[in-house]
Design a protein around this ligand. Structure first.
Ligand code: G3P
Length: 220
């Protein structure tokens, strides 16, 4: 499973990229707003992220009509070769995804919750599909069960193009573990979750013991 970073924070992206384990970045309007971003700087901000990351960077459209989404998508795709246009899962979004993917532009269909939505997204030509996990948990449904349905349903068919499932709205390492066991292609995670994934108290304790013992070796 690949890891994407789910953030628009430049410092976090630089830090995660320096670990050498990040294969891409996903952003959305909320994440950009959280950085205090303004409209005039949006395209520059995406360009900066694209220059840091060696992999796909999802930048989201906000139009609600097919033609608006297509126009925004074409603009975003011009920003850098590694831009992926992120489009909400809705009828106009499907239509726009079809048009954009027919032009060779990679689309990540987002706000996907169910297997039927994912099947339609795949049919529309989406290269990436992002089922949200944590938001199901927020309403007392099991987001991992829904993710499993999406992965299973998509694996039953050949869509004539590559489709990768991005487990999104991933909140903690248990989500990461479950997504990997299900066989999601990618987990997009906040920096806090990435940091939790690498941390283990037994690793810390073991490292301390090794270093303490090495001091004895040096002093012997
Ligand atoms: O990738 C989608 C993600 O940003 C949504 O996460 O935690 O707001 O549900 P969350």
């Amino acid at each position: 499973m690949k890891f994407f970073l789910d953030t628009a924070n430049i410092a976090e992206i630089e830090e995660a990229a320096s670990w050498g384990v990040i294969s891409g970045v996903t952003t959305n309007p909320t994440l950009y707003a959280r950085e205090g971003g303004n409209l005039a700087e949006f395209h520059n901000h995406i360009k900066r992220i694209c220059a840091i990351v060696d992999g796909p960077v999802s930048a989201e459209t906000v139009g609600l009509k097919r033609d608006e989404i297509i126009r925004e998508g074409l603009e975003l795709a011009e920003l850098a070769p590694n831009v992926v246009v992120k489009v909400p899962t809705m009828p106009e979004g499907l239509a726009a995804t079809k048009a954009l993917s027919d032009k060779g532009i990679k689309v990540n269909m987002t706000l996907c919750f169910t297997a039927p939505q994912a099947l339609l997204a795949a049919r529309s030509g989406a290269a990436y599909i992002s089922p949200f996990v944590g938001r199901f948990d927020d309403i007392s449904e099991d987001g991992i069960d829904h993710l499993a349905n999406v992965v299973q349903a998509l694996s039953n068919y050949d869509f004539g193009h590559d489709v990768e499932v991005i487990a999104a709205s991933v909140r903690h390492p248990q989500h990461v573990l479950a997504a990997s066991l299900i066989g999601a292609d990618i987990a997009t995670v906040p920096m806090s979750t990435l940091a939790k994934c690498v941390k283990h108290p037994l690793t810390d304790r073991g490292l301390k013991a090794f270093l303490d013992d090495w001091e004895k070796v040096k002093n012997s």
